[in-house]
Design a protein around this ligand. Structure first.
Ligand code: SIN
Length: 279
């Protein structure tokens, strides 16, 4: 089925390594079509040994849509404004993305996907975990599916802003406490615009409560869904190497950056592709 690239699945649930492609060059249309297919099929794809600059990352991402702009407090002067620098310094304690989430689901239009490149890695640790949210939905009982069918949930960046404020991981001179809390309401089960499949769409980092319910009323069912959504059999784990790149689909998978390398640095560069409103 794949003629231009080699696609090697990483786990039963999701994730595949892609071979036979150089992301520092223009990719021809036939190869790109296969990469797109592999991304839809495996939800997160990985590339090894890539000499891709930040601009190469951006050019690769642009094959899948417009780049998503970063809020001003996340931009680093001297870089292009869509480039997120994730720099966990040796003295830092907070690992960006430390709990299960899908990226920036507090936005009205969350990103389609994220492209993340390893720049400096700890000697060991710092893997990223991913979980398949189609499987999370499909394995719910018919009764639970019926109950979730019309539910919507409020997502916010409040928890992240609070964490960033206590751990100085922002560029010098930028103050997180000045950032506004943003929130959006999304369906609890979303339909992927390309595959037409249903995926569970709540995550512990951003989801606050169900619409028209209180936080405490929502908490027990949300806790069940968070635990269910990230069951080990729905997941894969990526071990980074220098020059590795990951490209995940935020519409159908969650991820978590493992915080298991205290005292060491991990520097990652990320760009995101603009998505569509979840429906
Ligand atoms: C993220 O949550 O986007 C970062 C993931 C990582 O650093 O592994």
């Amino acid at each position: 089925m794949y003629k231009k690239i080699k696609v090697q699945p990483l786990a039963g649930a999701l994730g595949a390594e892609i071979f036979g492609i150089d992301l520092s060059t223009e990719i021809d249309a036939a190869t790109l079509a296969e990469v797109r297919q592999a991304h839809l099929e495996h939800l997160v794809i990985f590339f090894r040994d890539q000499n891709a600059s930040d601009l190469d990352l951006a050019r690769f991402a642009c094959n899948f849509g417009e780049l998503a702009m970063l809020p001003p407090h996340r931009q680093v002067p001297g870089n292009f404004p869509e480039l997120l620098v994730i720099d966990k310094k040796p003295e830092g304690t907070l690992v960006f993305g430390w709990e299960w989430h899908t990226d920036t689901s507090h936005l009205e239009i969350p990103p389609l996907g994220s492209v993340l490149a390893a720049r400096i890695l700890p000697s060991v640790g710092g893997d990223t975990l991913f979980a398949n949210q189609y499987m999370a939905y499909d394995t719910l009982s018919s009764g639970m599916k019926e109950m979730l069918k019309d539910l919507r949930a409020v997502h916010s960046n409040g928890r992240i802003l609070a964490s960033l404020a206590v751990d100085d991981i922002l560029p010098p001179g930028q103050d997180c406490s000045a950032q506004a809390t943003l929130s959006s309401v999304h369906p609890v089960v979303r339909t992927h615009p390309d595959t037409g499949k249903k995926a569970l769409y709540v995550n512990v980092m951003h989801t606050e409560r169900f619409e028209n319910m209180t936080v405490s009323e929502s908490a027990p069912l949300l806790k069940y869904l968070y635990d269910h959504a990230t069951r080990p059999e729905f997941s894969c784990r990526f071990r980074w190497q220098p020059r590795s790149i990951a490209f995940w689909d935020n519409r159908c998978c969650q991820h978590l950056a493992l915080a298991d390398y205290p005292g060491q640095r991990r520097l990652m560069h990320r760009v995101q592709i603009r998505g569509t409103k979840p429906i």
